[in-house]
Design a protein around this ligand. Structure first.
Ligand code: SF4
Ligand code: SF4
Length: 360
């Protein structure tokens, strides 16, 4: 377990929190439900964890891609500390590949994570203590982990959350909920809020964005978080032709009512065309309000419609240095892992090791 008081002062790979050695050099990651089984030199699906001689390391610990400050209602979270402000942060890497993702450079983040692995990254490294200080300086009451799935850098989420709690700040975890029970059990003592997507109730929808995912797993994780005492709010981005039927609205609302309670908030957001789904139109207002009305008929008391808001986008955020002390040039110096176990060759990801070998 990383102790936030001794978090590396410079960028460095840190051991993955939930890992299980299966064989000499074969290790499984248990942070999310991919449960990647990795051999030496391989990275997980999220690209943020690498196996070095049997030990898994997180490449993105402390690496921030975006920061923003906004009301907690923008996450969207409405029934936890309403009226307070929250500092949102994200890194690189995600365990899903949503066709309509608005945060692609951050969420898939392959180039950024490759640069880290090669020791060529100029991304910002911010220790947990420095982030908590930045949040206090900004006058916010909480810190939110968002823009991509936070499970893929849970090492940092945990360390920041522990320090944040000591400093009197709450934490919000914005998730797709394709996470393991072990990860939820680990975070429950220090994370206050889970804001989770319920993207669909059809397995085919989840299969398209994550080959392994299914509805039961995602709903099971949301239920588990609720049972662990984390404050849970759910959100569905209504996408024309994908999840906009009355049966879908009724099904999601019924699941929330029966598993999280009639007062559990459901946030209904509008889809805006992007990436693989750029050919679809934005969601008509009527669909959002239809979902709202059906949810009320189903018995949910707190249903919120966001006609003007889709995902938690990082595209319009101010530069990181607007929130952090120190000079931008220092923040964006080239990062090489401060540990020396890889020698001068970087982390030697398997694909580069292969590329470096002469053809036989
Ligand atoms: S966090 Fe990354 S490496 Fe770990 S199981 Fe999930 S996708 Fe695989
Ligand atoms: S929409 Fe969310 S879960 Fe899907 S790829 Fe983007 S960041 Fe990941």
């Amino acid at each position: 377990m990383n102790d936030p008081r001794v978090a590396p002062s410079q960028y460095q790979l840190v051991p993955t929190r939930l890992q299980e050695r299966l064989d000499k050099d074969v290790t499984r990651c248990h942070l999310c439900l991919w449960r990647c089984k990795l051999v030496h030199g391989q990275r997980g699906f999220c690209q943020a964890h690498v196996n070095r001689h049997g030990t898994l390391y997180n490449l993105s610990y402390g690496i921030l891609s975006a920061i923003d400050v906004a009301p907690i209602e923008d996450k969207p979270v409405r029934h936890f500390r309403p009226g307070t402000r929250v500092m949102s942060v994200g890194s690189y890497g995600c365990n899903f590949r949503c066709g309509g993702c608005h945060n692609l450079e951050i969420s898939w983040g392959v180039d950024a994570l490759d640069a880290l692995a090669r020791g060529q990254s100029t991304a910002a490294y911010v220790t947990p203590a420095r982030l908590v200080e930045a949040a206090q300086r900004a006058g916010v009451q909480g810190i939110a982990f968002t823009y991509s799935e936070p499970a893929v850098w849970l090492e940092y989420v945990m360390d920041v959350s522990e320090l944040a709690r000591e400093a009197g700040l709450y934490t919000v975890y914005v998730s797709n909920s394709f996470v393991t029970d072990q990860a939820l059990e680990m975070m429950a003592p220090v994370v206050d809020v889970l804001c989770s997507d319920i993207k669909s109730l059809e397995d085919a929808f989840y299969k398209e964005i994550c080959g392994l995912a299914n509805v039961e797993q995602v709903l099971g994780s949301i239920r588990k978080a609720h049972d662990l005492g984390i404050h849970v709010e759910t959100r569905t981005n209504i996408i024309p032709g994908r999840n906009d039927t009355d049966a879908m609205y009724r099904g999601i609302a019924t699941w929330i009512r029966d598993n999280l309670g009639v007062d559990s908030p459901w946030h209904i957001t509008r889809f805006f065309p992007a990436f693989h789904l750029a050919h679809l139109p934005p969601t008509p207002s009527e669909s959002l309000w239809r979902a709202h009305d059906i949810a009320h008929q189903t018995g949910l008391n707190n249903v919120y419609v966001y006609d003007d808001k889709g995902c938690d986008c990082a595209t319009d955020n101010l530069p990181l240095e607007s929130y952090l002390d120190g000079k931008a040039t220092d923040l964006h110096q080239v990062k090489k892992c401060a540990a020396s176990c890889c020698g001068t060759e970087g982390i030697l990801l398997k694909k580069y090791e292969k590329a470096a070998k002469p053809e036989t």
